[in-house]
Design a protein. Structure first.
Ligand code: MG
Length: 258
């Protein structure tokens, strides 16, 4: 069952996601070589708590922090700690909140200092895949249309998608129906309807999309060690496409013209 949210609920989801966006802005301003992931996590948590919300990831199935921070070959679910950011790597920041019982969730991958052409292209392509996916998330399209455009965008660029982790519905729980694949799964799936709220999150890899989980039980890495990027927005399905709830002024966020 995919929930349909009222405008009142959508407004609460917008507030939860506005706090996510504010925390992302804070994290973005801290991205530079030498900063530890723990420092970023603490700052993110402060923004969330100061806004009267709860960090949705902290304690979720035992996750120990408010932010998932993942470098280069790490795809998602990296645990903040002593590790410092290094110039030349890409770093995915994923943040979730709960505000008045409603959830927000968004991720963005940043370049730390100057990065090589491959990593730059990976960021551009994953960001583009997300914006294309948001555009097809309109009333009357099918769920699988999202996977189709993400996979097409990735394949055209010579990249691969991660199949073991997926996007999701979001609302009164962090993860609700449906699961949103980042590939064409061969069947149209349910029809999208106005009022569905979805966290769409392409994970695209420079090499193969196969992944494994590290011994810490959380960090997902590519099996071939090639870099990976991850972008996510929470959106509401509308007549003309997805309306982004987790808007931020941070670069690489928002609607694109291409
Ligand atoms: Mg998510």
């Amino acid at each position: 069952m995919i929930a349909l949210r009222s405008e009142r609920e959508i407004d609460l989801l917008r507030q939860a996601n506005a706090i996510v966006a504010k925390a992302h802005q804070q994290a973005y301003e801290m991205i530079e070589p030498g900063v530890s992931t723990r420092e970023i996590d603490k700052a993110v948590e402060s923004v969330i708590l100061d806004a009267g919300a709860k960090p949705a990831f902290k304690g979720y199935h035992g996750f120990p922090a408010s932010t998932c921070i993942s470098f280069d070959e790490e795809v998602v679910h990296g645990i903040p700690g002593k590790r410092k950011l290094r110039a030349g790597e890409i770093v995915s920041i994923d943040i979730g909140t709960c505000y008045k019982g409603y959830y927000g969730d968004a991720a963005v991958t940043h370049a730390c200092g100057a990065v090589d052409a491959l990593r730059m292209k990976l960021l551009d392509v994953t960001d583009l895949a997300l914006s294309r996916a948001i555009r097809v998330a309109c009333d009357g399209n099918y769920l699988n249309d999202i996977g189709i455009v993400v996979e097409q965008t990735s394949t055209e660029a010579g990249f691969d998608v991660v199949r073991d982790f997926v996007g999701h519905g979001i609302g009164l729980e962090l993860h609700e129906d449906p699961q949103i694949m980042n590939y064409d799964n061969g069947s149209p799936g349910p029809r999208l309807k106005s009022g569905m709220v979805l966290a769409i999150e392409p994970m695209i890899t420079a090499g193969r999309g196969a992944v494994r989980v590290l011994k810490d039980g959380w960090t997902v890495v590519t099996r071939d060690g090639k870099p990976s990027a991850h972008f996510e927005h929470s959106i509401v399905v509308r007549e003309t496409g997805g309306e982004i709830l987790s808007w931020s002024d941070s670069p690489r966020w928002g609607e694109r013209s291409d």
